[in-house]
Design a protein around this ligand. Sequence first.
Ligand SMILES: Nc1nc2c(c(=O)[nH]1)N[C@H]1C(S)=C(S)[C@@H](COP(=O)(O)OP(=O)(O)OC[C@H]3O[C@@H](n4cnc5c(=O)[nH]c(N)nc54)[C@H](O)[C@@H]3O)O[C@H]1N2
Ligand SMILES: Nc1nc2c(c(=O)[nH]1)N[C@H]1C(S)=C(S)[C@@H](COP(=O)(O)OP(=O)(O)OC[C@H]3O[C@@H](n4cnc5c(=O)[nH]c(N)nc54)[C@H](O)[C@@H]3O)O[C@H]1N2
Ligand code: SF4
Ligand SMILES: [Mo]
Length: 752
Amino acid sequence: MSLTRRDFIKYSAVMAAFALLDPARATAAPDQGPQTWVKGVCRYCGTGCGVMVGVRDGKVVMVKGDPNNHNKGLLCLKGALLPAVVNAPDRLTRPLVRKNGQLTPVTWDEALTLTAARFKDVLEKHGPKAVAYYGSGQALTEESYLANKIFKAGLRSNNVDGNPRLCMASAVGGYTTTFGKDEPMGCYEDMDAATCFFVIGSNTSECHPVLFRRLAARKQADPNVKVIVVDPRLTNTARIADLHLPIIPGTDLALMNAMAHVIISEEMDDPRFHGKYAVFRQMVDGKPEERSFDDYRAFVAQYPPEKAAEITGVPAASIVAAAKLFASSSATMSLWCMGLNQRIQGVWANNLVHNLHLLTGKICKPGSTSFSLTGQPNACGGVRDTGSLAHLLPGGRVIANKAHRNEMEKIWGIPQDSIAPEPGLFTTAMFGALGDSVKAMLVLCTNPAQSLPNVRKYAANLRKDTKFLAVIEAFGDAETLKYADVVFPAAFWCERDGVYGCGERRYALIEKAVDPPGEARPSVDILVDLALRLGVDPKLVPFKNASDVWDEWREVSSHSAYNFKGMTRERLRKTSGLLWPCPTEDHPGTKIRYARGEDPNIPADHPDKFVFYGNPNGKAIMWLRPHKPAAEPPDAAYPFVLTTGRVIDQWHTGTMTGKVPEIHKAFPAAFVEVNQEDAKRLGIANGDTVRLETRRGSVDLPARVGEICRPGLVFTPFYDAKKLVNELTVDAIDDISKQPEFKICAAKVAKV
Ligand SMILES: Nc1nc2c(c(=O)[nH]1)N[C@H]1C(S)=C(S)[C@@H](COP(=O)(O)OP(=O)(O)OC[C@H]3O[C@@H](n4cnc5c(=O)[nH]c(N)nc54)[C@H](O)[C@@H]3O)O[C@H]1N2
Ligand SMILES: Nc1nc2c(c(=O)[nH]1)N[C@H]1C(S)=C(S)[C@@H](COP(=O)(O)OP(=O)(O)OC[C@H]3O[C@@H](n4cnc5c(=O)[nH]c(N)nc54)[C@H](O)[C@@H]3O)O[C@H]1N2
Ligand code: SF4
Ligand SMILES: [Mo]
């Protein structure tokens, strides 16, 4: 399967785009260049590139890649253009309180006193379930850990959730149901050893550009390296694939079960591995039942390639080819992201990727790994590891488990059985209850008024005067500020120090490079100040700064398999990050979890090579998971599938990247991609205004006609605040992860 000439030209064009990443580009006139360089991490995607922040006269003037971090000095444009964001003219510099409908500058004391009084009033009248915290995978680890502790241990409210619920919840659900513990077992270095990449539901080239470059470079260096991309769109990622499967959205489970069937019937599975290290299970009437390998084989035999081809729209021969490439390579690495997670079958889809690795024994070995790409820079370190979601506690513990609650009560020094026993409200339930049973909410580092699904429904609650909303934000144009009663101006990125934990379990320190503008303060200070005014026991928040919080969290981590006690601030200052587990100060960090000789949680004399110690019997679980249709498939009235997502240079709701002139010029406004055949049928030409309508709303957008979307599919990004694309999306959620199905809803498309 070699590249044709046409393919090669396309491929080269994609590679050429990366010339922009060369660190040599980071030059400036001598009298404008940096006087000092400070080490940090890019504040955008979960790749977590190391950066050097160039400072001149107290201002950030340049950002270049850290040559000692995993990105080896490379950055994409978003990272390199961060100076324009830090120095943006609309940074918030004073606390604001809504007076007569207007956000009005006030003193810190006034804003904090008012917020504390309103929260206290709600707590006294309605109890802990009436207050909530909505956080972010972009907040610092210290901020998330602290907010989680203040709410769950201090205020006794488990209503702690955040945007990772919209993003990584299905990946968390997948890892925990299969392996018993969250987070990938591998690391980015696996990319250099893999000879087959199975990329499914990830537009890596636009969303994790520096990792994509690593993948593309690997492929370019070794013609034996094969890339399979499963995506209903012909993305730039798919353009370098040896095998692109333009799947009908929402049918990946049928595809992966069919691949498993082919692997077994071709005897390409690894019985020595799955026979020893996996057990099989199926849910029946809401209860897990044990199954055998033969049951599993019979189950996947219900998905022969021909039948799967009908469900998925992918030719049977391509399904067979994908299965054979996956199973016959010397090392296979799967990469996936929102194309699998943002689905009502998100957890199940994650389970099926893990199944393929367990079935073939291609796991926990260099280059062989089931690697979920993380969206945000600190969803892993900040939110997943600290347990800052409504159903979690730190270090992989869950609220529903009494022993876990009691452990955390002991560690936090609070009375036994004082953590509320029921999980709190997950994101859509939390915003659904706002103004009703939830009366006071604190939002940190996220912009829900633009990013929630079916957002009109939740905006109605945000508007209620029976709610109190305090927002900690850095920029003045975030959509959510329209609904805020109080706004606290936050120190941004390198204006305070703190730790980010990126997609490969790597914790790295962002050092403070410059002062925040005006009266903006680090969020750790804001949270401690607010907690004390709320009457939280001062012993629970004895922190003068982020470094104190880190030290406590490090200590807390040592009571779990997530142990990174050895990552002192001092050590993080010297290195460009370390991978946990890292239990002691002389431990080098861990590249492969669950493998004896690599993972410090496994004794060196353990009889088994692999121990999936997250599960009591040390074995991974291969789940029998059937394909089911999307929550809102297309029908006669709404015949298209609308999918939403990202473009390379814009970040989410555009409050940051939208301020960079170069980026704004390249991506000024939202658009809708339409397949050329559909466009011809509907009389739509490139650039025509098209009305995109779903059962929840409509938006007019310029059409981009071409071959990217498969017929019957339209795509639009959600960065443009002037076109609230989330007024169209559905808020149907995955039963297990409670993650919304942003990726699929039924739509009508017509020329205006
Ligand atoms: N430039 C940029 N990079 C980012 C971000 C950003 O805002 N901008 N955000 C970061 C965050 S938080 C996240 S979560 C990640 C998201 O990263 P990705 O998940 O890679 O990006 P998306 O554009 O959301 O969707 C990925 C792909 O899923 C495909 N897809 C849709 N439905 C299906 C399906 O049913 N099956 C399959 N197999 N594929 C499907 C879409 O066609 C799309 O190409 O990006 C991170 N990186
Ligand atoms: N239609 C559709 N909707 C989606 C998705 C999709 O694929 N399709 N994806 C979902 C996913 S995966 C995600 S992760 C979410 C992301 O959704 P959001 O988290 O809502 O989007 P962001 O634009 O990243 O919001 C970050 C906010 O924090 C502010 N901010 C930046 N830095 C700081 C700081 O240092 N401190 C403070 N306090 N504030 C700061 C920014 O100005 C911005 O308002 O969107 C979800 N929504
Ligand atoms: S790839 Fe991600 S982390 Fe790296 S520079 Fe780009 S946005 Fe930043
Ligand atoms: Mo995300």
